[in-house]
Design a protein around this ligand. Structure first.
Ligand SMILES: [Zn+2]
Length: 260
């Protein structure tokens, strides 16, 4: 059962113990792959790709029963481990909450990927390629019958996408990942309509997850992309593969080439 936006909001108000030493121990580590350090690093990398410009987008990592979340309103290239919100996955209550910052409005959407896809990492980008693909679909310029799903086939990078987003990345003979789409599979990413407030997208995203059990991502019309993976590596490489495919799709469209 998904935590509603209201639940998350309520927990935001109920829980505030970020001043305790215990809470700060959750974000202090010399390990660069500790979620608090890793999210800060990923934010800087994604900023250089134009994915999280102007404080947009977001990154979250699940670490055991803790969900680490980059805050709202912080310049992504300046993100610090001390900026991180940490939520208990079971109670959906914040166990660390920086006083001066606001939790990300992406939080309920990230939780949906954790709960419904057993994800270990979730990334939200405002990539221009993702936005352009939704505009082409919205205007029915590729497949006039379908504006709510992006579909493409016979592009090599499709093989970088796992079924459901968090499928097995075991390698079969020939180097193929057994849980991934094949070259002749059609990649389908559902597109949901944007809302004035990010958290109001949660219900539509959950519906899309149910309707498209094989999808690793959801596009948001005129907005961007939510993509997940069973761990950071899978979420990040799928975000990269999709951005590569979206850019190709936009350029193909400009050349009058069909996606499917
Ligand atoms: Zn957004």
């Amino acid at each position: 059962m998904a935590a509603s936006h209201q639940d998350v909001q309520m927990n935001n108000e109920e829980q505030d113990d970020s001043s305790t030493t215990d809470a700060d121990s959750l974000i202090r580590s010399n390990d660069p792959l500790h979620p608090a350090n890793h999210i800060s690093d990923l934010c800087r990398r994604f900023y250089t790709l134009g994915w999280v410009t102007g404080t947009g987008g977001g990154v979250s990592i699940r670490h055991g029963n803790h969900i680490y979340l980059a805050p709202s309103g912080v310049q992504k290239e300046m993100m610090q481990p001390t900026d991180m919100f940490v939520m208990d996955f079971l109670t959906k209550q914040y166990v660390r909450r920086p006083q001066a910052l606001k939790p990300s409005a992406c939080t309920p959407l990230f939780l949906a990927a954790y709960m419904h896809r057993n994800a270990g990492c979730c990334i939200h980008t405002h990539s221009q390629w993702a936005v352009l693909v939704t505009l082409i679909c919205e205007a029915r310029l590729q497949n006039p019958a379908e504006r709510n799903v992006f579909a493409i086939k016979e592009i090599e990078q499709i093989k970088g996408i796992s079924r459901g987003g968090s499928g097995s990345d075991d390698i079969a003979e020939g180097g193929r990942k057994v849980g991934n789409l094949g070259y002749y599979d059609t990649l389908r990413i559902p597109i949901i309509v944007n809302a004035a407030h990010e958290e109001d997208l949660t219900e539509a995203l959950e519906e899309a997850l149910e309707l498209y059990p094989e999808t690793c991502a959801v596009l948001v019309q005129r907005h961007g992309l939510y993509v997940w993976g069973k761990d950071v590596a899978q979420a990040k490489t799928q975000a990269e593969s999709l951005d590569h495919i979206f850019q190709l799709a936009v350029e193909m469209h400009k050349l009058g080439l069909k996606w499917v």
